[in-house]
Design a protein around this ligand. Structure first.
Ligand code: ZN
Length: 278
């Protein structure tokens, strides 16, 4: 079967002010501002549309003191995608900023690692240190979707369609998966939270929200193994993505970027990375 080339987009829907020390286990010797962006992604090709993660809503944004830029579903509409018609949603994991709005995709089946739902309903959720990354109503909603036969579970790596594969990593959340997409510039790896920022991977310093640090470190290796090179890896929360990639149109400037074209510059990268030590 020939694999189609997918068009691939990142849609930025929220942001927050933060400090460098917030984003690396062990802190950072040069503390300073380091904002974090929030994205959903879309792969279109072969007559199909895959929405990858569904963001959070305005209410959760206000409660968690994020800066809500736009409703992710309205952002998708600006990209020509009607959430009501979407048939496939890949959930990289069930953290609040990746699965909110799931109820606004009434025709979709949801592609998820089984381990993630086990984790999100399991023994460790009695610890706020781990449960604070989840919204319990989202988790209950996914349980209900499963009873409605709308969740497709994976145990490890899987091909969802020609040119679209998911890869289980764990680490940041127990059932985290990343997505590999064939595009006109070759394979692009949507890392989601396997690396929040280019710098987490480049300096091998995992992000502070952690379930298993060893698996987070192995996750960086997996990204590199499954991407042609570092230019083809897209971190889950890095504002640099909006600078390195072009908007699909003038109207979408600052809202969405194309990931199926080469970046216009170099991000911090692993080879030769000089960590900002003083
Ligand atoms: Zn996460």
């Amino acid at each position: 079967m020939t694999e189609p080339d997918y068009e691939l987009f990142a849609l930025r829907y929220a942001t927050r002010e933060a400090r460098r020390g917030d984003h690396f286990i062990g802190g950072d010797p040069h503390d300073g501002p380091m904002p974090m962006d929030y994205f959903v992604w879309v792969a279109k090709g072969g007559g199909r549309t895959f929405v990858i993660d569904t963001g959070f809503n305005a209410e959760v944004s206000a409660r968690r003191k994020r800066t809500f830029l736009r409703d992710p579903v309205e952002g998708l509409a600006a990209l020509g995608i009607d959430a009501k018609e979407v048939e496939d949603v890949i959930l990289t994991h069930l953290h609040y900023d990746h699965v909110g709005n799931f109820d606004r995709f009434p025709k979709a089946r949801f592609h998820l690692q089984e381990r993630e739902l086990t984790y999100a309903t399991g023994r460790y959720m009695r610890y706020p240190r781990l449960s604070h990354s989840f919204e319990v109503e989202d988790v209950c909603g996914i349980v209900r979707l499963n009873y409605a036969e709308r969740v497709i579970f994976y145990d490890g790596d899987a091909e969802l369609a020609p040119g679209i594969t998911v890869h289980a990593v764990g680490g940041h959340s127990a059932g985290l998966q990343f997505v590999r997409v064939k595009t006109r510039r070759g394979i692009v790896v949507l890392a989601s939270d396997v690396t929040h920022f280019y710098e987490n991977m480049a300096s091998r310093r995992p992000f502070t929200t952690a379930f298993h640090i060893g698996k987070m470190l192995e996750g960086f290796d997996r990204l590199l193994q499954l991407a042609p090179n570092e230019d083809h890896i897209i971190p889950g929360h890095d504002p640099l993505v909006m600078q390195l990639y072009p908007a699909p149109s003038a109207e979408l400037e600052g809202i969405a970027v194309r990931l199926d074209v080469a970046p216009s510059g170099k991000a911090p990268r692993r080879a030769g990375y000089a960590a900002p030590h003083g």
